[in-house]
Unconditional design. Structure first.
Length: 133
């Protein structure tokens, strides 16, 4: 099964004070025991996560993100078509206050046929996706 990984999951795993820290790590440990699990994210999530982790948790956490966590994920790069679809969806839903990065995530998930997100962000469930942990 393929699971999309959101910024909120990366932050939860890296921050011991995050309310979802233990659940996130537990889910990841349990899931990585299965060889058929594939994790995917996109470059906008990488950029967003790096910026937030650096600001909130510091350099050591940024290195842990890039050296220990990110290699477990396939990183997809946002192409012009995905970008255009995402901006269109973002502009059409400004009243929902969903971020452009999340809109890119939703559009990528739909394009790949991914129905599950490793996310602690309610926007994914509101958009109709299953979330873990």
């Amino acid at each position: 099964m393929t699971t999309f990984v959101d910024t909120s999951a990366f932050l939860a795993m890296l921050s011991e004070t995050d309310a979802g820290h233990d659940r996130a790590l537990g889910w990841l440990e349990e899931t990585t025991a299965y060889a058929d699990e594939q994790l995917v994210t996109h470059d906008y999530v990488v950029i967003e996560t790096a910026a937030l982790v650096h600001a909130r948790l510091g350099r050591t956490a940024v290195r842990a993100f890039f050296d220990d966590m990110l290699p477990a994920c396939e990183v997809r790069f946002v192409d012009p078509s995905l970008y255009a679809r995402s901006v269109s969806a973002y502009l059409a839903s400004l009243d929902r206050r969903t971020s452009l990065v999340d809109r890119v995530s939703f559009e990528l998930m739909r394009a790949l046929g991914v129905r599950r997100a490793f996310a602690l962000d309610r926007d994914f469930t509101r958009e109709g996706f299953e979330t873990v942990p």
